[in-house]
Design a protein around this ligand. Structure first.
Ligand SMILES: [Zn+2]
Length: 498
């Protein structure tokens, strides 16, 4: 059965799109025809877009999908101003009929509270219901007594802190995953589709090349590119997996495709572990004043060679400029292909070297909203080289936008707004020379075009998001407020009918 979507205006991404109202036709997940008044057969499914703007589906090039999906199910405590407000939120949640086995909440910030969290106060609200509330930075958690007992922790008055909490993390994660089942994964995909997302790259910390194919028939909605970490590389190679290979789903529909070997080669800005050529500001006393290269060059070379020989691309996490330079060296030396993930700080001289490798930069513009202040504190001497999105584009490096959800929300419009304005719309832009245009930001979020032979991944918008604004803050506000009217994934309507 063919489908026809009537009366769309094509977003002018490349400038050669036909103007005026056109119809799009597709079959078996691919666009077959584009033109005016396309004839419909009796069996064809016909929609009327009523003059809405159409663009290709959006992709998120970096997610930890199950973590994001589970996070959406937790009680959101980020708005709580003190312990009493947290307790009120917990009480309200426990009054709902669908009590979870263990109530999980997250996002509170207790540092400035006059009264610190205490177990007895939570017990008074929760009774025998296990409750685990994790702080916004993930370094402490407020358990009630029932939860302490459930996880064999000794009784106490205060919080479960770092070492003890981190050691428990795999058990907590397994419990939450098992109790939640498939529903959060389904809900999170629907939510992404409602934002115009048709595909995600998943770097969840699990063998996603096994978990996604196993569950895809039950929960699959979006196109998924899975991955392997080096710990599971032998297994992935043993299974004969190669980048681009389809692992689940219909040939002509959405499905799961094998992606890259993911390697985390350095740390992060906020923990002062991203590997840099210059030391962090105030690094005296730090064991590693320049950050940490967690996978040394020789080991990287070996991993890149093994992946490449097996037909796997590489997604290489490198945040500091020294880690990025080493990544470029190793991509060059081994001929490996793929992406550098994050590329948050670069030396200018490395831009042409990166371009020469053909490796794409998979970047998360929404991180610059949170990292702006830490950058001025920790990298005050190099703020001009942070998130150099425009310079990467000018150098000829392919950009792919993503969220790194749950680190930032899985929201391509937020990412694009951050790329365009480089700041919260209420603030002046940070280093606007490195801002992308809306067209560049959109292009970096797409993997197809609305043209014959291309995937039938179509998003309908109520307005033309390429309309120019007087300033980037206005554009950022407009992008953030964008909600597509409909999303088709491989020709299937993945959102409610408009
Ligand atoms: Zn990540």
């Amino acid at each position: 059965m063919a489908s026809i979507l009537r009366h769309v205006r094509l977003l002018a991404l490349d400038g050669d799109e036909p103007e005026g109202l056109v119809d799009l036709a597709w079959e078996h997940g691919r666009i077959t025809e584009l033109g005016q008044d396309l004839p419909a057969g009796a069996a064809d499914q016909v929609w009327d877009a009523q003059g809405r703007w159409a663009m290709p589906g959006l992709w998120d090039a970096h997610t930890h999908f199950r973590s994001w999906a589970l996070g959406l199910t937790r009680l959101d405590l980020s708005g709580a101003a003190d312990a009493d407000q947290v307790l009120a939120l917990v009480r309200h949640r426990l009054d709902q009929p669908d009590r979870p086995e263990v109530l999980a909440g997250s996002g509170y910030r207790a540092a400035l509270w006059p009264v610190q969290p205490c177990v007895a106060a939570l017990d008074a609200v929760a009774g025998e219901q296990p409750v685990i509330l994790t702080s916004a930075d993930g370094h402490s958690a407020w358990f009630d007594s029932a939860a302490l007992r459930l996880f064999d922790l000794p009784p106490r008055d205060g919080l479960v802190q770092e070492g003890e909490l981190f050691a428990l993390a795999p058990r907590l994660w397994a419990q939450e995953r098992q109790a939640a089942g498939d529903e959060p994964l389904r809900a999170a995909q629907s939510r992404a589709a409602a934002q115009g997302v048709v595909g995600i790259v998943d770097f969840e910390f699990e063998p996603t090349f096994l978990t996604w194919p196993e569950r895809y028939d039950r929960v699959g909605l979006l196109k998924v590119v899975c991955s392997t970490y080096s710990g599971d590389l032998d297994q992935a190679i043993g299974l004969g997996l190669t980048t681009g290979q389809r692992l689940a789903g219909r040939d002509d529909g959405p499905g799961v495709v094998m992606g890259s070997l993911k390697i985390i080669s350095d740390g992060s800005l906020n923990s002062r572990t991203a590997h840099c050529f210059q030391p962090y500001a105030g690094a005296d006393g730090l064991a590693d004043p320049n950050g940490v290269q967690s996978v040394p060059a020789a080991e990287l070379e070996d991993l890149l060679r093994r992946a490449t020989a097996a037909g796997l691309q590489v997604a290489l996490h490198a945040i500091g400029d020294a880690a990025v330079a080493i990544a470029i060296d190793q991509f060059t030396a081994t001929g490996a292909t793929g992406t550098i993930e994050h590329a948050q700080l670069l030396r200018w001289e490395d831009l042409p070297r990166l371009a020469a490798t053909g490796v794409a930069a998979s970047v998360q513009p929404a991180h610059l909203l949170d990292d702006r202040q830490p950058t001025f504190r920790l990298w005050p001497d190099r703020t001009d080289r942070c998130f150099p999105l425009a310079a990467l584009g000018r150098a000829g490096v392919e950009l792919r936008l993503g969220s790194d959800a749950p680190v930032a929300p899985l929201d391509p419009w937020l990412a694009m707004a951050a790329a365009v304005h480089r700041g919260d719309p209420a603030d002046p832009p940070w280093n606007p020379r490195q801002a992308l245009t809306v067209r560049q930001a959109l292009t970096a979020s797409l993997r197809s075009r609305l043209a014959v032979g291309q995937p039938a991944d179509v998003v309908l918008l109520d307005e033309d998001v390429l309309t120019p604004d007087p300033d980037s803050a206005t554009t950022a506000r407009r992008l953030r407020a964008t909600t597509p009217a409909a999303t088709f994934v491989a020709g299937t309507l993945a959102t409610p009918p408009w």
